[in-house]
Design a protein around this ligand. Structure first.
Ligand code: GDP
Length: 309
């Protein structure tokens, strides 16, 4: 299975939800899942049994036989280490900026983390249909922001798309000439964002998002760093310092598919999945095969200020 893992970083109201909706629609993912959601809502019991209620605000769209997982990032510094952990699940970010408002200070924090993690940004100037759009200026503001956040030359050489999520298009031309729906965005993600790097070895996943679900219990979401995992498999949980937190059986594996999560019979390295069945393991713990002794190095809560280059 081909996978791309990305995050969209956007200030509130700059159009993230609308954009993701169009990506779902134009990839054909939306219609299938929409039917499933409607069906599920016909029967709450069925929905509960399958555990497919929408949990974290993550989405997956299928394009060209590739699952593009889109994870949501908390937009605020209050989330501390969580932003780093979430961003360390992805291999690329789309920085979505309103063509009239320009980059907002609130997104600086998350953009800064993404750049520090070495992610190569794609910049999407959104809402170019606004009469007060000031596209050239906003591109310069984004460049200045990245430079102020110590972006590398490679990161400053970002590809730019211009478009209108609302009207369902993104183009590499500011005037939207040769407009072809969301295809340019999909193609840029496929080209610019590497597939997830996976390591050899047995199953390992770094716990990244913790949720409580009334029917499935504790749910941990993370990216599978190595190996594969199946329901009923026995796993252990290691804390950051390598201590055994618990051993237990995975009851369910859920993957993002469209707007909901679907149960999987097997999940592979590189994919972002949610697992249920463990009772103590938490964020920053490593969920792994019993043969593993070394936890995955989580991003530190307070990143060192020394240069990592
Ligand atoms: P989010 O908070 O980033 O998820 O933003 P939303 O997707 O909810 O959009 C915020 C507002 O901007 C809504 O009123 C949208 O209809 C509007 N909007 C989204 N995309 C566009 C666009 O391309 N052009 C214009 N003019 N408005 C847009």
């Amino acid at each position: 299975m081909n996978i791309r893992n990305i995050a969209i970083i956007a200030h509130v109201d700059h159009g993230k939800t609308t954009l993701v909706d169009k990506l779902l629609q134009q990839s054909g993912t939306y219609r299938d899942n929409q039917r499933q959601v409607e069906r599920a809502m016909d029967s709450n019991d069925l929905e509960r049994e399958r555990g497919i209620t929408i949990l974290a605000k993550c989405t997956s769209v299928v394009w060209d036989d590739t699952h593009i997982n889109i994870v949501d990032t908390p937009g605020h510094a209050d989330f501390g280490g969580e932003v780093e952990r979430i961003l360390s699940m992805v291999d690329g970010v789309i920085v979505l900026v309103d063509a009239a408002e320009g980059p907002m200070p609130q997104t600086k924090f998350v953009v800064g983390k993404a750049l520090k993690l070495g992610l190569k940004p794609i910049v999407a100037i959104n809402k170019v249909d606004r009469s007060d759009a000031r596209v050239t200026e906003v591109v310069n503001e984004v460049f200045d922001l990245f430079a102020a956040l110590d972006a590398t030359d490679e990161q400053l050489d970002f590809p730019i798309l211009y478009g209108s999520g609302k009207n369902g298009w993104m183009s590499d031309k500011p005037d939207g000439s040769h407009e072809d729906g969301m295809r340019p965005l999909f193609e840029l993600v496929m080209k610019h964002v590497p597939s997830p790097s996976v390591e050899e070895g047995p199953f390992r996943l770094l716990g990244t998002i913790l949720e409580a679900n009334p029917y499935l219990g504790r749910i941990i979401t993370g990216r599978i760093a190595s190996g594969t995992v199946k329901p009923n498999q026995t796993v252990k949980v290691l804390s950051r310092d390598g201590k055994l937190v618990e051993s237990g059986r995975i009851s369910k594996i859920l993957a993002f598919r469209g707007l909901e999560r679907v149960p999987l019979d097997i999940a592979e390295a590189g994919d972002i999945v949610a697992i249920a069945g463990l009772t103590k393991g938490t964020v920053a713990d490593t969920f792994c095969d019993p043969s593993v002794d070394t936890p995955i190095q989580a991003q530190p809560i307070d990143p060192p200020t020394v240069s990592m280059s």
